[in-house]
Design a protein around this ligand. Structure first.
Ligand code: SF4
Length: 104
């Protein structure tokens, strides 16, 4: 399966295929957010904080970090990173000027 196809797969399917033993299997909504309700920013921040704590104790965190770096999922908490954090890391690793910020 190509990385492009993997980015479109639901979290549970990805986990089944690549990361058996993943802690997020037990509560995918915690990592992805609600599918059918609007989440307020404060609610999203709280959910992401808890999801990152779950990731920190996940037995496949190392594998998930590699997977996340390779596939760059656009949504959800993966390997204890939020989409915003992954975008920042990706931008900096691309050699662009630290996400558009001035460098002293
Ligand atoms: S590190 Fe987090 S996102 Fe990755 S498999 Fe484990 S619980 Fe899921």
């Amino acid at each position: 399966m190509r990385d492009h196809d993997r980015r479109r797969m639901p979290l549970a399917d990805l986990i089944d295929e690549c990361l058996s033993g993943a802690e997020c299997l037990f509560d995918p909504d915690l990592h992805e957010g609600p599918a059918d309700t609007i989440e307020l920013p404060a609610e999203r921040d709280a959910r992401e904080t808890v999801a990152k704590e779950v990731c920190a104790s996940c037995p496949v965190l190392d594998e998930c970090q590699t997977y996340t770096a390779c596939t760059a999922p656009k949504t959800g908490v993966w390997a204890a990173t939020t989409p915003t954090e992954r975008t920042s890391l990706h931008t900096m690793s691309d050699g662009s000027p630290l996400g558009g910020r001035a460098v002293a």
